[in-house]
Design a protein around this ligand. Sequence first.
Ligand code: UDP
Ligand code: MG
Length: 316
Amino acid sequence: MKPTIKHSLVVPCFNEAENIEAFFAAVETAMQGYTDAYEIVFINDGSSDDTQAKLEGLYEQHRDRYIQIIRFSRNFGKEAAMLAGLRAAKGEYVTIIDADLQQRPEIAVEMGKLLDGQPDVDMVAAFQQERKESKLIEACKELFYKLLNRMSEVDIIPDASDFRTLRRPVVQTVLSLSEYHRFSKGIFSWIGYNTVSIPYEPDDRLAGKSKWNFWKLLRYAVGGIVAYTDFPLKLPVIFGFALLIIAAVTTVVLLILSLLGHEIAGAWWVSCLVSAVSSALAFGQGVLGLYLGKVHTQVKQRPVYIVKEKRSYEQD
Ligand code: UDP
Ligand code: MG
């Protein structure tokens, strides 16, 4: 059975058992009067709760609907889940949407209608109008996007989320990028295309906790910077150069002073300089290591994720 799908929803799920059914119901309601030719691609990103059972329950119960379930062998992260979903999705439009109903399916329909009405628009991105996050996380995110935009050649709109709808050609373009360390917000902006942003207000999570915490976000941010710009690689060069100048000036000044007959007591500045230089070197090595690590995994050509099990309406 190979139906023509108008709209695909790609739904990364990590321990979302309590939300799956409500999410599905909300999608059904939202799609009413818009299209029947929609599919839902659930990616079970190595959940340790009942997510898989809930998904299979849905699948069995709604054989008349187009549902795919991709089950990872372990937790590979949302980026990997989104990639798997984009690969599996068949629709003319593809929306990436969370399972926790913070992002309402009605907005996905709104995005679809916008694409229907405006053929020159390639992608619709939702951005959060009002964040429901702690002040610390909010401030960190702001700083992160400021830094990233300063350093990289493309602008990433702060507050942009992965919640967006892509036309088929845009999906193919995203899939044609073979990088291992995926940072979707960067990719979506780097590929260009005509993008329209619409504001949305995230609802509260229906059930469960956010999978992010400060450290996970920090790792994501560092990963994003390393994946998206090679600016940090240049930092040690700047530091090194500045230190070299300081050293040179100091040497010249001291040389002149001693030539003029001044006695220079103590050599405390030598140790300062030595430690400054060695810390700069160490820092540089650390940065190099970060990049080498990325090159290393890319060279290994490991898959971004491993699918353990797959069910799809297409197999029936
Ligand atoms: N998610 C995932 N793998 C992960 C972490 C999260 O597939 O390792 C999914 C999660 O199930 C949800 C979406 O990504 O559907 C967004 O996660 P979450 O709600 O925790 O993030 P937040 O909304 O707090 O930014
Ligand atoms: Mg959420």
